[in-house]
Design a protein around this ligand. Structure first.
Ligand SMILES: [Zn+2]
Length: 372
């Protein structure tokens, strides 16, 4: 990689023939990833493209990355949802947003908001490794079952700690980043750790369970007040966390078939987890701490468990994903990406919420029948 803070224009990157660059956000999974899901070489090739369209890499860097990607693929478990297919999907989503960011910055010729090459590298790397060795069960289940990983990582973001532990070692095993200074490497590691831990959605993100129309207006109002006064709003780490977290749930903001495919996989994974682990009830009935989150850090209430997968999914889309999509729009307002790109994500989510509300119940019934 060239100097990590050197300015690189997207026109200088290996992006002209990239399918990721040419394909819309909406179609990333349906057009690029779905057709190659049984072709491991093709999947690894796309993974490499995620790096090369965003970073200025030497042929030697690319060879090292190829080895790292291959090793990473082998380390993902063959579970229904958190497999390498998911890791790759998140990686492609993340690479797409970062490419759109770099392109937008070039177009408007404003480098003030630009992420550095080092930050972009760390974020793409974090996306690649973020669910390595995921067991397909919630952290809370691992903790309540006193799983050996929960004991090893002291009940703290167990799955994410595991992925980090393996992924960070690959930095040295494959001699990636050997041209960084000690301080730059320290920053790189710190960012990767912060980013991967931020994908633990139960601990750091506060779900809320109210979805009244009136509430949403209050929520948006408070949020804008807070945001306008928040001096940290331009923190690059915070923005990169938003990008990775939105990428992690990206299927629900893309084509409706992508959304259904991944929801069904999650449903199946939870079913398997219920059978294999001592989960108290099916339908995501782990003890979720669901807390109202206003960015003012006022916590309202929590409740235990959610009765149905269908209901859970509505709340997940309307609160967790919706909140991330609003943050992506904030990035557009702050001139990190174009408003058109942010709106594509926003509109798709709204469509998918409508489609899930009208068809999700029936789909859940069908999926259940398939499994019984
Ligand atoms: Zn994930």
């Amino acid at each position: 990689m060239e100097g990590p803070n050197k300015r690189v224009k997207v026109s200088d990157l290996a992006s002209s023939n990239s399918v990721i660059v040419k394909t819309s956000w909406t179609q990333l999974y349906e057009s690029i990833l779905k057709p190659i899901e049984s072709d491991e070489d093709a999947m690894e090739k796309i993974a490499l493209e995620c790096f090369s369209i965003n970073l200025s890499l030497s042929p030697e860097d690319l060879v090292k990355l190829k080895g790292l990607i291959h090793a990473t693929r082998l380390k993902y478990n063959d579970v229904m949802y958190h497999s390498f297919k998911h890791g790759l999907h998140v990686l492609v989503n993340c690479a797409k947003i970062l490419y759109e960011h770099q392109k937008y910055i070039d177009d408007i010729d404003n480098t003030n908001n630009k992420f550095t090459q080092c930050q972009i590298y760390a974020t793409i790397f974090a996306a690649l490794i973020h669910d390595i060795e995921h067991l397909g069960v919630f952290n809370s289940t691992l903790i309540s079952n006193r799983h050996e990983l929960a004991i090893l990582y002291n009940d703290q973001s167990v799955a994410e700690m595991r992925s980090l532990n393996i992924g960070l070692n690959y930095l040295y095993d494959f001699d990636i980043l050997n041209n960084l200074s000690e301080n730059e490497l320290k920053d790189f590691r710190k960012l990767v750790i912060d980013l991967v831990l931020s994908t633990d959605i139960v601990d750091p993100i506060r779900y809320n369970t109210i979805h009244l129309f009136e509430f949403k207006i209050i929520y948006v109002f408070y949020r804008s007040l807070y945001y306008n006064n928040n001096t940290e709003k331009k923190s690059n780490t915070g923005s990169l966390m938003t990008i990775l977290k939105l990428s992690d749930v990206g299927s629900s903001t893309q084509d409706k078939n992508s959304a259904f495919t991944w929801t069904q996989r999650f449903y199946h994974e939870q079913y398997a987890a219920h059978k294999n682990y001592n989960q108290s009830r099916f339908d995501l009935s782990i003890v979720f701490t669901i807390i109202l989150h206003f960015y003012l850090e006022i916590y309202y209430f929590y409740r235990n468990g959610i009765e149905k997968f269908y209901t859970y999914q509505v709340e997940y889309l309307e609160q967790h994903v919706y909140d991330l999509v609003l943050k992506i729009r904030d990035l557009a307002v702050d001139n990190f990406i174009s408003l058109e790109f942010a709106d594509e994500i926003f509109l798709n989510l709204n469509n998918n919420i409508d489609v899930w509300k009208s068809n999700g119940g029936e789909l859940c019934e069908n999926w259940k029948k398939q499994l019984l």
